[in-house]
Design a protein around this ligand. Sequence first.
Ligand code: NAP
Length: 296
Amino acid sequence: MSTEPLFDTLTVIGPGLIGASVLHSARRTGTLARRLIAVDINPAFRERVEQLGIADEVTADARDAASRSDCVMLSVPVGAIGPVAAEILPVMKPGAILTDTGSTKVSVIDAVTPALRPDISFIPAHPMAGTEYSGPDAGFATLFENRWSLLTPLPGTPETDIGKIISLWERCGARTRLMTPQHHDKVCAIVSHLPHLLAFTICGTADDLADETRSEVLDFAASGFRDFTRIAASDPTMWRDIFLSNREAVLEMLARFMEDAQAMARAIRWSDSDYIVNRIERSRAIRRSLIENRQV
Ligand code: NAP
């Protein structure tokens, strides 16, 4: 792998969990860019990024930073990607690359496209890595190691520019795959968005229970419920944006899930042991494959 920096100046707008992790990786490898700029609207976060020392410059001025960068990464909540792109695209350098880390892709592309310029490559990406924490302190350099980063480039994007964003993620330790934005959103609805929806719902149900039962839920939470609470601790703004921007795929997967849950309920009601065991065995096989794929 070349050690020559990919970019002269890389700006990360929104140095939260994902953006700060990219900056940590960039600092660690030293091969993403010669100069790193972090942009955040939150003064407390700017101060933390300065203290962490993961950027050469920290500013609130996205337009000024973008005008001096050859790559700009938008790592803000999905609903903010379109407005921030519209703000910076008019001042970006000709030939520069715009990329993002948003968890949904069709709506992000729809939101960015109206402001796109022919001399800027927009290369949407989604690193499939994360924790339930947010903000700059949540970031760390190894977050992307052995994780996937999914790229959904637009037709006609120069191969060399796509290659640079592939290299960026590989230098952060990730594996990359290209796919259409529609396929991305469907896959993520089942592997990420539906599990979060279930976790938020289960925790909500537990919270709705009568006082006495609720306190016992907290006292005796065994690992099953506890694992759901970890997922359910995720950032509300981020997840609101994800559900609303991937509405159709999420609802389609939820409908499939509810059919399957009904089938399981039926099997339990009628003591259909074979069905129950078969479902659990298939689930265990998925878990084994994840371990073999180094995804846990
Ligand atoms: P995060 O920790 O909340 O960081 C987002 C940062 O963007 C915060 O510092 C936020 O500041 C800032 N911000 C919000 N609006 C802004 C604006 N208009 N201009 C500049 N900064 C702005 O979120 P994250 O978890 O890193 O997620 C970032 C993106 O990556 C999202 O699109 C998300 O869908 C995607 N993603 C997340 C995960 C995950 O597991 N968390 C995984 C893969 C991809 P304030 O808090 O003050 O608003």
